[in-house]
Design a protein around this ligand. Structure first.
Ligand code: MSP
Length: 665
């Protein structure tokens, strides 16, 4: 059977972070799961490149929107390639074929009478590319989704007759699995029941988007970015062109974040109804990630970079953590402590040690040969129990409940570990029960093999290593035999390295917000560990899932300090003598700075993405000089370089050159 799996297409106004990686890794797991089951899968991801937000971001970087989009889109594609994401297509909304399809869809809906011209006035959030009713705004003017200031827009617009689809949408929601997890469906139903207004689907006043069809003689109208973006799911199948892959549309699964569920569960199905197409099988909405209990934001500098986590802890470990840590649909918190706990107890102990024990026992008792002929004689109940966990894991994954799926697999591993403890094969051998001891080794090897096959969608490399060690290959026929039919196998094992090493300390530098206290959007500090730990923290204001409007505007309330408190900070001007990237870190630069002292100071600063190191040599900058030295990424850092941040970042300097070591105060 053909199956279509989609991630949202990611906006190119931001580089990939843990949220994007989460969505993509879930989708990759689903694609691998369906392939394992023997389905023909088309797995698509890509980038969303039109709209005012992108036009503005490009202007900020002094690039054309297309140049800018090319750069960021490549960053997404590179990361997915590095992460071995098994996508079949990486689509971009700036592809000519997509743009033509969007115009064709508009034309079809217009000819059908589902699109008409009118006038729109409303509160518009540029950042979310959405209008909001006044009643939903925070303090009457701030966006309820992102907290930024909205503006009143009054303009001619083309409208989609969304209101005409309310009844049919409500009927569709009766389909049990249309929105996952089930709890999310109720939110969507009440939104639709509260009354659907027609949807404004064109904008004027900016250019970066797909124009409405030329025959409407209205060239100032650009098609609303969400209609444009959603159509990517169809244009990628050849809709409105050759239609070469449209058969995949018959079974479509969307993985999205909860923030964009409304677009996918209300607007999208209505568009599909208008086009006479079938509904997706499911729209699965996951929760949001925070870091160390705090909302992630660029200005706090605590956004989790997925590459950094994978480099530090391992890609397979990162995948496991993301998929296991939170019940699907709920919000999750990333912390190094949490990932370390999972790696040590679940991956190194419960999974890795089990493989080592099987290899060790089989080497000792039977020269690595694992014969299963007596397993059903002694251990029918255990095999049955293990099979039941696997069935439960499959049912969970079919509902995209990735955490329950892994929990069920770990139940099977717990059973294998407990069986060794219960039957003590070494005592069985001592007592002359050789056959039972060998059957026990074969039992646990079979449980592990079954788990490995079904774990392969989530942890493909780990599963392949287990299979290699036990001498089998993961394939659809083997999935059918071991997992679906619950049969058992013989194995020929071989020695192996431990699957996972235990971790005894945090492998990434602490989040930057430790160094940004009290300075989110005004003068901010980048560099060594925070002396300011005791200082009043802005972070206290930004826990929870949505920042307040004030914070989004960078107007957080700052606690006042006395002049004596300020005097405790020794800020000096110095010249950068050396500056270079630190190997293995995307963020960090290593500086040698002349502060007019006996020897230059080494300072490590997390500003690599803002500066080319060579361009900084010789520049004078300001440094917090009496900061307690700290180790960052194994390098000692003796101070903090000061910078100002407003979305981008610039180092602080003086208006005229001064002597190195001059005090700022
Ligand atoms: N371009 C739109 C999607 C159009 S699809 C037709 C978009 N792009 S996005 O880049 O902003 O977000 C894409 C995905 O990233 C969403 O699924 C979103 O929920 C997810 N995340 C962004 N930040 C996130 C977290 N902090 N945590 C988890 N996922 C979040 O929306």
């Amino acid at each position: 059977m053909k199956k279509y799996i989609m991630t949202p297409i990611y906006y190119v106004n931001d580089v990939p972070h843990i949220g994007h990686a989460y969505t993509t890794i879930i989708a990759d797991t689903m694609a691998r799961f369906y392939r394992l089951q023997g389905h023909e899968v088309f797995f698509k991801t890509g980038t969303d490149e039109h709209g005012q937000k992108i036009e503005e971001a490009a202007a900020k970087h002094a690039q054309s929107p297309k140049q800018y989009a090319d750069g960021v889109s490549a960053k997404f594609k590179d990361l997915w390639d590095e992460f071995d994401i098994s996508y079949d297509m990486f689509s971009r909304t700036t592809d000519a074929a997509h743009e033509a399809a969007v115009q064709n869809v508009f034309r079809k809906m217009y000819e059908k009478g589902d699109i008409y011209k009118g006038e729109y006035e409303g509160n518009y959030c540029v950042s979310c590319e959405s209008f909001f009713p006044s009643a939903q705004l925070i303090d009457g003017e701030y966006c309820p989704d992102c907290g930024k200031k909205t503006k009143i827009l009054k303009e001619e617009s083309y409208f989609f007759r969304l209101s005409a689809y309310a009844e049919r949408l409500l009927k569709w929601y009766e389909d049990e699995k249309c929105i996952l997890p089930l709890g999310k469906k109720n939110e969507v139903i009440s939104f639709v029941k509260s009354g659907l207004k027609d949807l404004s689907i064109t904008r004027t006043g900016f250019d970066w988007g797909v124009k409405i069809p030329p025959e409407l003689n209205d060239p100032k109208h650009v098609i609303y970015v969400w209609l444009d973006a959603l159509m990517d799911y169809l244009s990628s199948l050849g809709f409105c062109a050759g239609g070469e892959r449209m058969e995949y549309w018959s079974d479509a699964l969307h993985i999205v974040g909860k923030d964009i569920l409304r677009f996918h569960a209300v607007y999208w199905p209505a568009f599909l109804m208008s086009l006479g197409l079938n509904m997706p099988r499911s729209i699965a909405a996951h929760g949001w990630w925070t870091r160390d209990g705090k909302k992630m934001s660029k200005s706090l500098g605590n956004v989790v970079d997925p590459r950094e986590v994978a480099n530090a802890y391992g890609l397979e470990q990162f995948r496991y953590f993301l998929l296991r840590e939170v019940p699907f649909g709920q919000d999750g918190d990333f912390s190094q402590k949490a990932i370390i706990n999972r790696v040590n107890s679940e991956l190194a102990n419960e999974l890795g040690n089990l493989l080592s024990r099987i290899v060790g026992m089989s080497a000792k008792y039977s020269d690595y040969v694992i014969n299963s002929k007596d397993v059903m004689k002694f251990f029918t109940a255990e095999i049955k129990e293990a099979n039941s966990y696997l069935s439960a894991a499959i049912s969970a994954l079919e509902e995209v409940a990735t955490n329950r799926y892994l929990e069920e697999l770990w139940r099977a591993l717990a059973l294998a570990n407990a069986s060794i403890a219960k039957y003590e094969p070494w005592n069985l051998i001592k007592n002359g029960e050789q056959a039972k001891a060998l059957a026990l080794v074969a039992l646990v090897a079979n449980i592990l093999a079954k788990v490995a096959v079904l774990l392969s969608p989530a942890m493909p490399k780990t599963a392949a290593r287990i299979a290699d060690t036990l001498g089998f290959e993961i394939s659809t026929p083997l999935y059918e035999k071991l997992v679906l039919r619950g049969e058992i196998l013989d194995f020929k094992a071989k020695p192996c390295e431990p699957l996972f090493t235990k971790i005894d300390h945090e492998l990434m530098p602490k989040a930057d917000y430790d160094r940004l206290d009290g300075a989110a959007n005004s003068a901010s500090c980048s560099g060594a560990d925070a002396a300011a730990k005791g200082a009043p923290s802005l972070n206290a204001n930004v826990t929870g899932s949505s920042a307040t409007a004030q914070e989004a505007q960078g107007e957080a309330t700052e606690a006042q300090i006395k002049i004596d408190d300020f005097k405790k900070c020794v800020i000096k001007v110095g010249t950068i003598l050396e500056c270079e990237n630190i190997e293995g870190s995307e963020k960090l630069l290593r500086f040698m700075i002349d502060l007019g002292e006996e020897r230059p100071r080494q300072i490590i600063s997390g500003i690599a993405k803002f500066y080319d190191p060579a361009a900084l040599i010789g520049k004078q900058i300001c440094v917090l000089a009496n900061l307690k030295p700290a180790k960052i990424f194994k390098h000692s850092s003796e101070g903090m370089i000061l910078s100002a941040e407003d979305g981008s970042l610039t180092l602080l300097s003086t208006l005229a050159p001064v002597k190195n070591g001059a005090i700022v105060g």
